[in-house]
Design a binder for this molecule. Structure first.
Ligand SMILES: [Fe+2]
Length: 186
């Protein structure tokens, strides 16, 4: 019997099927749990990572699936999603810092390191910042219960916790800067 090779379309189909379950975020978590158990198959389906960035695998009104590679040394400032999110790591490690909203800004509220093989479910009111403190790319599938690109939401400055509208172009510039720093080091 031929061995089935995982392709990106399978990932999308399995996450879309999970949306029909009673608790979609938890059903997506189960899908990602299985997928990150075989990092080699995911790497085969999604390609070798040579620079940090975000690749869209699927974008619909009810579901967005991103392939995210955090560049070594990169840190993304606090932000919210306003939809549930599930992160499945299959290489490197992503460090999450959590915050709660307080009048005039944010207050730190713990954190969680996500090593390869871990899956994290975030509720729709979560505010988090992410960092890759290791000297390898942190690669993951990020699945969101809505249209990640069109929902209005906030981000905050790292140092002042000043709130402003989410600026995706700024995020992309952070990737470019981090990629330039990293490629100068290796
Ligand atoms: Fe996020």
């Amino acid at each position: 019997m031929p061995v089935m090779t995982l392709v990106a379309d399978d990932i999308v189909a399995r996450c879309r099927a999970a949306l029909a379950e009673h608790t979609p975020a938890l059903a997506v978590r189960d899908v990602l749990d299985e997928l990150v158990n075989d990092p080699g198959a995911l790497a085969g389906a999604l390609g070798r990572v040579e620079r940090g960035g975000i690749t869209t695998l699927h974008n619909a009104a009810d579901l967005t699936i991103l392939h995210v590679a955090w560049t070594p040394g990169m840190a993304l400032n606090p932000h919210e999603h306003r939809m549930w999110a599930v992160i499945g790591m299959y290489g490197g490690q992503e460090d999450n810092a959590f915050y709660r909203r307080v009048p005039g800004g944010l207050e730190p509220s713990g954190g969680r390191e996500l090593p390869c093989g871990d899956v994290l479910v975030l509720g729709d009111d979560v505010v988090h910042a992410v960092a890759n403190s290791r000297r390898e790319f942190a690669v993951a599938l990020h699945v969101y219960g809505g249209d990640f690109f069109s929902v209005e939401r906030s981000e905050w400055e790292f140092d002042t916790y000043e709130e402003r509208p989410r600026d995706f172009e700024r995020t992309l510039r952070l990737f470019e800067e981090a990629n330039a720093r990293w490629s100068a080091q290796v």
